[in-house]
Design a protein around this ligand. Sequence first.
Ligand SMILES: Nc1nc2c(ncn2[C@@H]2O[C@H](COP(=O)(O)OP(=O)(O)OP(=O)(O)O)[C@@H](O)[C@H]2O)c(=O)[nH]1
Ligand SMILES: [Mg+2]
Length: 471
Amino acid sequence: MIPSFAVVGHPNKGKSSIVATLAEDDRIHIGPTPGTTRRAHHYTLSVAGEPQYVLVDTPGFQRAREVLDWLQSRAKSASERPGLVAEFVRTHEGDVRFRDECELLDPIVAGAGILYVVDGAKPYGPEYEIEMQILQWTGQPRMALINLIGSGDHVDDWRHALAQYFSIVRVFDAVNADFDNRLSLLRGFGELNEDWRGAVDKAVAALKTERRRRRERSARDIASCLIDSLEMVQRVALDDRQDVEELQSRLMAQFQDRIRRRERRSRDAVQSLYRHQSLTREEAATELLHSDLFTGEGWELFGLSRTQLAISGALTGAVAGGGIDALLGGASLLLGAGIGALLGSAGAWLGGEEIAKVKVLGEPLGGRVLQVGPVRSANFPWVILGRAWVHHHLVAERNHARRESIASSITAERHLMDALPDELRRALSRLLKRAAAGGISAADRLSLAQRIGEMLENNPGNTAVVDSDVD
Ligand SMILES: Nc1nc2c(ncn2[C@@H]2O[C@H](COP(=O)(O)OP(=O)(O)OP(=O)(O)O)[C@@H](O)[C@H]2O)c(=O)[nH]1
Ligand SMILES: [Mg+2]
């Protein structure tokens, strides 16, 4: 049997937030008003289809005093107490006055461990003692979690009070806890009861493996997105009556949209690997990372600096492709106009290099085709990579109790990619050049995914300030 833990306490202390974090479930209802959770719900955390532990979200205590009076009026010896709690639940099932108490005590009576949640930002008060006594009477293994909602600090008082009723007392930030905090809390569950230790150790190991797997799969997906974006072309048949310039802007817009969509698909894939599906839905209409893929600002932030581009040798080839490839003389003059404006300032610091070539291709049967792409700007793959890196970081570190949308701002350094370890940047550079040349080999594709995996292990926040903040 896998261990289960009932998360209990006063209303509005962050119980559901803790469940959301530990069960990796961002659909759990969390709200600012007491009484958000009305019924007990079981959430199983599974890794690769295998259940590891169960968390039970419960409503808060409403009539603790009456419950304790009922228990105390019947108990003659300590040995009877757990049985009496069970009897309380049995006799009050269906009694609306004690619905919340029955909901929260029922899983404990059934064998769940207790996680008692308090808010360490608010002062300790004797009313909590009644709840703690009831929990003590259940006789189940129990841990207290001091959550901090707000800025007050009464943690010491709480510790003194809680230590009398709980074998383990921990401070746990339900909303900001990172992966290591979570693992450390889980290990604590194993200390509560010998019988659970094996299962808890297994869960910790499974979560670590899963995290590595998610990173590797994200890297594979980002590599595919990168290759698809580098290989993308958009074509349209050209006839003599059409306004070529108008057609050309439309084609360029469509082309950019397709790359944006491909990038968004990759974002969704990464978010779903980390079980942030609700976030995906929320974000569908808006750009996750504020700057658009094709604006100069984004290129300044996410790509490589000109110096690094030059050092890595990425500039050659890209610069060589300077003009518009005109296969059909006259038309190329028309096509040449306005491309810089279309592309904004994206390549400005590369001397006005265009992102993608626009070509007019002659067709064997006499028709003509206007083609845009593939993208040949040297910094383009780095910008895609930089954006994916920041996004992955925000998602991987994100807690499932967080409800605001993802936003990122990078304020310190520019040229995020300059911060990569030299060896890794050089390796990536080699692979990106081969990808840009088209027809990347299976072996190179694999190496690219591996190298991107290495990149994801680094924290982009080490060199630049990355915030995940309320919009
Ligand atoms: N800043 C901050 N807010 C938190 C934290 N934990 C919970 N909250 C907020 O506190 C409120 C209550 O959180 P819930 O998780 O719904 O609390 P609950 O104990 O399940 O509440 P009920 O179901 O109503 O008993 C929500 O607005 C949360 O966003 C925290 O660690 N930090
Ligand atoms: Mg709740």
